[in-house]
Design a protein around this ligand. Structure first.
Ligand SMILES: Nc1ncnc2c1ncn2[C@@H]1O[C@H](COP(=O)(O)OP(=O)(O)OP(=O)(O)O)[C@@H](O)[C@H]1O
Length: 441
């Protein structure tokens, strides 16, 4: 009998402890949610923040169904780039625009709004064309169109990406086409599925790579040249090297320009660190120490080669971590499934190459690791890729951490990156767990 009573008491006690733990957990979760949305609101009122704006979406004179779509996505106010770019993009007659704004500040949302505003739902042929450098990014942008345009009945999106096979002679009735340059070129010129003379809005996302990288640029420029003179051309990126900017201004007739100053390129909400390491194994150990000491939302780890990415994946799996690997050699189906699983939080860590450096928007990513620094041929730092990679965290004002694993002989490259952006990359001792745990984010 006494045992029975003790059992019951123990059960009640365990239940209460459980309740208390749950309630504390819930409190913490709610608190961090409230804090982060409050934080964004504060940033949107701070004139020096890229999220600042004086206007509301109503004042931007958007169509009613678009306003509903925006509010359904949880957007309250436009960001700076949205506030500045939208009046130019929606003006009559249409105006061309080359625009730069930091990673994760709402460029995609801005040009998607422009496409959705210009489309005529009653005309059943492609009217807006958006080019993106990767399959993943094209799909992601298409999803934003679908979400934001959910109240624009009869407006539909078509994906011109590898793997989406459609027969010659098919009549494409969808009004917005999002694709990668190779497939779009094929659909326009070889298979004659898209009539470029009917395109009203042409968007080049990640415009600097699209006009400057071998392979992309031949295709993108050929498509751009075949567009009618009245077609509105919109170029967006977080980075534009000077020479690329000059080239863009030459190929785009009479453009409006929104350009950042160099000191505005990096975001204060992303704290950057580096860890000095001897060799690859050492980098891996440092990574494990950081991983073990910091509560990670989700993390993206960048390697410079597929080989390194594979090696790291094997090491982490052998040590019992649940990670996924995304590189360009996978089939499109595999790539789509991996990125979806990561978005759904099924894997906490994504190991990848530069294929995911740009544009990918997964809000829960709190940490970016450069397992290898991005370099150009000739062992120069690839400044633009560095900025895009770290911009996978700290989306729309959230806090983020970026860690660089640096072999001693690569330290000068990191210092060049630091000088280039005039930002602070602090050294971290990855063996000092206390130091790691003290990072405030
Ligand atoms: N006005 C807004 N209010 C709240 N959230 C927004 C707003 N605009 C965009 N967002 C959200 O912020 C995140 C980043 O936006 P988006 O992907 O458009 O940024 P980006 O500038 O295109 O980034 P990148 O340079 O990486 O391509 C997305 O999750 C998006 O839904």
């Amino acid at each position: 009998m006494l045992f029975r009573k003790l059992d019951v008491l123990f059960f009640i006690f365990a239940f209460l402890v459980d309740l208390a733990a749950n309630s504390l957990l819930n409190k913490l979760i709610r608190q961090s949610l409230v804090e982060s949305s409050h934080h964004v609101e504060v940033l949107q009122k701070d004139p020096s923040s890229p999220l600042y704006s004086v206007k509301t979406f109503e004042e931007l004179r958007l169509k009613e169904e678009l306003l509903k779509g925006i509010y359904a996505m949880g957007f309250n106010r436009p960001s700076k780039i949205q506030e500045m770019a939208l009046p130019m993009m929606l003006a009559h007659p249409p105006q061309n625009l080359i625009a730069q704004s930091q990673s994760g500040t709402g460029k995609t949302a801005a040009f998607v709004l422009a496409m959705l505003s210009r489309v005529n739902a009653l005309e059943l042929f492609p009217q807006c064309l958006c080019l993106a450098p990767t399959y993943e990014l094209a799909l992601q942008t298409g999803r934003v169109v679908e979400q934001m345009g959910k109240f624009c009945v009869d407006v539909q999106v078509m994906y011109a990406v590898r793997g989406n096979r459609i027969c010659r002679g098919t009549n494409i009735t969808k009004q917005i086409v999002i694709g990668t340059p190779g497939t779009v070129l094929d659909w326009c010129f070889k298979r004659k599925l898209i009539d470029l003379t009917k395109i009203r809005v042409f968007v080049l996302d990640e415009a600097d790579v699209m006009i400057d990288t071998q392979g992309f640029s031949d295709h993108s420029i050929r498509i751009q040249r075949a567009l009618p003179s009245e077609c509105q051309m919109l170029l967006f990126s977080a980075t534009f090297e000077d020479c690329v900017w000059r080239f863009a201004e030459r190929i785009i007739p009479d453009p409006n320009v929104i350009k950042l100053r160099k000191e505005e390129l990096t975001l204060n909400n992303i704290q950057q660190y580096y860890v000095l390491c001897e060799h690859r194994k050492d980098k891996y150990q440092a990574l494990c120490n950081i991983y073990g000491s910091i509560t990670i939302g989700q993390a993206i780890i960048f390697c410079q080669t597929r080989q390194n990415a594979k090696w790291l994946t094997m090491e982490m799996i052998e040590d019992g971590h649940q990670v996924s690997l995304l590189t360009g050699e996978l089939t499109v189906e595999q790539r789509a499934s991996i990125i979806q699983r990561f978005r759904d939080g099924k894997e906490k860590v994504l190991i990848t190459t530069n294929v995911c450096a740009r544009g990918i928007d997964v809000k829960q990513v709190t940490i970016v690791v450069n397992f290898d620094l991005p370099v150009k041929q000739g062992e120069e730092p690839d400044y633009e890729t560095y900025l895009h990679r770290i911009g996978r965290t700290g989306r729309f004002g959230k806090k983020g951490l970026a860690f660089n694993m640096i072999e001693v002989d690569k330290l000068p490259l990191l210092m060049k990156i630091q000088d280039h952006f005039n930002s602070i990359i602090k050294q971290l001792n990855a063996e000092d767990m206390d130091e790691i745990e003290m990072i405030d984010y």
